[in-house]
Design a protein around this ligand. Sequence first.
Ligand code: HEM
Length: 675
Amino acid sequence: MIHARSGARTGLLSLIDELVLALLNEESGYFRQVPGWNLNCAVVGAALAELSLMSRIDTDMDSLILLDATATGDRALDPALEEIAAEPVQHNAQYWIERLAPQAESIIDMTLDRLVDLRILHHHDGDFWSLAGAAWRMELHQGSEEGTAVEHVKTRISRAIFNNEIPDPRDIIIICLIDTCDVLRLIFELDEEAEERVRAILKMDLIGRAIAAAVAQNIAGRLFGPTALAKPIPVVPLRRLLRSKQIRSGNLPAFFAELHQEFGPVFEIRPPVAQNMICLAGPDTNQWVHRQGRMHLRARDYLEDFEKVYGGVGLLPALDGADHFRYRKFIQPAYSRTRVEDRLDEFLSRARHDMAAWSVGETRHAVGMCRKLVNAAMSPLFVGIDSQDIVDDMHKFKDRALKTHVGRTLPKFMLKTPAMRRRAKQIDEVMDRVLNVHTPAQRVGCPRDLADELLTMHNNDQQFLPESNLRFVLSAPLIASMYVGDQLSFAAFAMVSQPEFYDRIRAEADSVFAAGDPDGETLTGPSTDVTRRFIMECLRLYPIVPLSVRNVMNACEVEGYQLPEGRRVFIAQTATHYMADLFPDPFRFDIDRYAEPRKEHVGTGYSPYGLGTHTCLGARLTEMYLATNLLLMAHYFMFEIAPKNYKLRISPFPSMSPNKKLKFRISERRRDLPA
Ligand code: HEM
């Protein structure tokens, strides 16, 4: 029996819940290394076993018989029961596990959601799960103990294996399923005696045995399936690339959407000067990357050279698995939107200070102007320094480093020119400035910032975050301001070039600033609804990070195509932004896509912040930076596009930004900026 405390549910967890909990690896925030198909078969096995315990079906080694088609009321079980009831011919458990395995992903999703609702699990961005605090009282033979839900499951299993206690039929089934996934030895240290005992337990229950055998047969059969059936990956002819209008305008997402339409979800591009690219595009590959990517693709390889430029190894975007989750969990609070909201006064005053230098009649480069505006608040709020004097150099250096060491669109020596060497020195300058203001004495009474979190991490575990990584991590917010600045320049262009939206955003800005400075809730609530939906549409049409790069670490099959181990893969996650079945009339600027009832952004088709485990940690605060800066621009100034006949051209590498020709002319200062 389980008694719930702190609001957790009363009554037994289902077999699926318990299997999911037993397989959760708290270190990596995901399941123990159970390859996808094994996990799917095991989850469906748990569903069938549960139906059997509920007397809806009966199963033995040879057959599976429907006993009662009455719905159970459990959303994870009823679709399977319905399918079994609708089948005129009788089949065995192995057949049903194979047939129902494709449903496993939605069963897992439902189970995870439920465990989160029950406050047993905690969900983190990037689809990681960890145990939430809810404590469970477990009634054991010698009194009661408290523990988490996972401890509860594990305690019961270990008592059956190590204390020779007679297990409950449910526990036998769980042991059978975990053993079939071959992860029992990852959870417990099994000596010979324990292994002997496991073998005995596996024979104790007929349902458990039948289901486990059926799952095992499916897993074995699967090993040989995909390779023989895999389709050849189509190669995009060079002439197709050359005649693309989208390539010429720099619109990579639209270009990849076109290729998806012609060549399908997986295709290869062989550019004349760069490495061959296997590309994934479309809703199905997005979903695959989001859910399965972590098992097959890793980030480490493509950033290896880039890390060296900054003298670091094992930086967050280049980590995988448990280290990656640990890093993200630790650093997450520093990227929360509330940290920005708590210091909104400082944010607004620094942004205004930067805008105070804009004079009526002058014309400014859009990208440079927006990067500086963003950095004016980002650098002090994240790492406690003003870096407006050197941020240009930092951006130019990072831009060149990405082109030479990641995109490889320029030869490596181009990072060693005298100008680049001089800019490289600014990284040390940033680090010195940050360290100078982060001595214990200087930080007394200051709100915690990103540098505080990083320096704590460094002091706590110098192997995990060594000094050699500090140059990069402490200067990263200045790099982030480049991304946000580029996204802001697209948004400002879209605003100024579309008078209807310009009027609506200006009206919102004037209203939220009418009674003094707004608080965080106002800036993220209904009074900025138009501005925020406008920004979402800019992120769809002009996503500054249109693709992600990975290396295949485990050969795998995606949409019927084989991705060989070791190959580099380009995930064009934003190609879906230009697909008409997800975003009707995709080239139309339409902010109502994000309102009820359309909500076209829900799901992995809308992915300006990436997919899966490396999903952007700064997404929420970025939206706040973009909205606040755009509102400030609209409130204080009127802009015109310069030159007047400018047609948007995008510089696509290393990330997307409007090209250098885009400028803004400041035609009017609408009100004085507070001193
Ligand atoms: C418009 C602005 C931004 C966009 C479009 C954006 C987009 C992205 C994307 C697509 C990724 C995933 C890259 C991959 O999968 O390889 C990413 C990762 C990341 N972003 Fe952002 N980003 C933005 C701004 C920011 C800001 C302002 C911060 C923090 C100050 C930030 C912090 C991060 C971090 C830490 C990661 C790495 C996460 C990981 O590897 O686990 N981003 N971003």
